[in-house]
Ligand binder design. Structure first.
Ligand code: SF4
Length: 351
């Protein structure tokens, strides 16, 4: 376990990528859509990138706050090597301040505690651990992977050399420069579409919506397998008109084969007083998604059905899931065995 307060003594602290020097001591970070202008001695919004004497440093390289072997369904990715394992890593920090964050203890640690703590793990170690645990992929997850870009980038390149896939579970607020650099190594992403109103993003998250929509389209155009998740929160983003707008965007701009995960909210962080999402709201959102033409709409975080994959052509149950496990997978050659309809995804029958 190690801790540091932003000083540059730690052996893993290193110069960041993707920044411009504006004046001798002022820099602009180009890693995410905040494009923070950072004076000397200060940190960016994410609190893990620091300007020291006109050089931008990342403070979280090689510093994991969490390492776990998860089912890929937990990301959630339902159409990417179903039933496989994803070696999952995170560092502290986030470029968002979502008031409902379920992982706020680690995502907001640098902001709330002025602290970066964790375990040392080099990219080589991460890849070796992923291979040893039989993982099919490495997932950069739990906090926002954009803010540990340099670490993820080095790990992802090694992962590809070792035959592992790379997954981002992300808020989608990276810069296009970052995506241009990372996309050759990024195989799949789950993007959290937290709302479909700019004002909600500005008020509760501290960011904007449009860059996320643009980045999802970019990912799709570059052939990155994409799934979208919306945590439906009572009174925040559960208006049926807003959910319909989100579903329309996914269906029309990303394609009807893009899975949409509707997830149940539970009280957390600064929204501890809001009740969990009623099941009827989630079912209504699922209905809206299907009405807008989406082929795969899943409901997560609930104890009842809503996670199976059905053939969009003949309606046959093809993949049955329980919790994060796959009970059966009836696909043959990535298609429905009954009617031959291709089922979108990657490695749908590879495990
Ligand atoms: S990653 Fe984003 S939030 Fe962090 S310093 Fe760079 S632009 Fe700012």
């Amino acid at each position: 376990m190690r801790e540091h307060d932003g000083s540059l003594k730690n052996k893993y602290v290193r110069e960041a990528l993707l920044y411009d020097r504006l004046t001798q001591n002022r820099i602009r970070c180009n890693l995410c859509a905040h494009h923070c202008v950072i004076p000397d001695g200060k940190l960016g919004v994410c609190r893990v990138r620091k300007n020291t004497d006109g050089i931008l440093y990342t403070l979280v390289y090689g510093n994991t706050i969490s390492q776990n072997v998860d089912p890929v369904e937990k990301k959630p990715l339902y159409h990417f090597y179903p039933g496989s394992l994803a070696y999952s890593v995170a560092t502290p920090g986030c470029n968002f301040r979502c008031q409902w964050c379920q992982n706020w203890q680690i995502s907001q640690m640098p902001r709330e505690q002025n602290l970066i703590t964790g375990q040392e793990a080099s990219p080589e170690q991460i890849v070796a651990d992923a291979l040893e645990t039989g993982s099919r992929s490495i997932a950069y997850t739990y906090t926002e992977p954009t803010i540990f870009f340099e670490y993820a980038y080095d790990t992802a390149r090694l992962a590809h050399q070792a035959g592992l896939a790379n997954i981002f579970v992300t808020n989608g607020y990276m810069s296009q420069q970052m995506l241009e650099m990372f996309h050759p190594y990024l195989d799949a992403a789950n993007v959290d579409l937290k709302a479909f109103r700019e004002k909600t993003y500005h008020r509760y998250v501290g960011a904007g919506l449009q860059p996320i929509l643009d980045n999802m389209k970019f990912m799709k155009q570059r052939g990155i397998w994409l799934e979208v998740t919306t945590l439906v929160i009572p009174g925040i983003n559960d208006d049926p008109a807003e959910l319909r707008d989100a579903a329309q965007f996914v269906a029309q701009e990303l394609g009807p084969e893009t899975p949409w995960h509707i997830s149940r909210f539970f009280p957390a962080y600064k929204m501890a007083n809001i009740a969990p999402t009623p099941l009827v709201t989630l079912q209504q959102a699922q209905k809206i998604g299907r009405e807008e033409g989406l082929h795969y709409v899943y409901v997560g975080n609930i104890p009842v059905e809503g996670n199976d994959t059905f053939c969009p052509s003949c309606g046959r149950a093809l993949i049955r899931r329980h919790s994060f496990g796959v009970i059966f997978n009836r696909l043959e050659k990535d298609s429905c065995p009954a009617c031959g309809e291709p089922i979108a995804g990657i490695g749908m029958r590879s495990t």
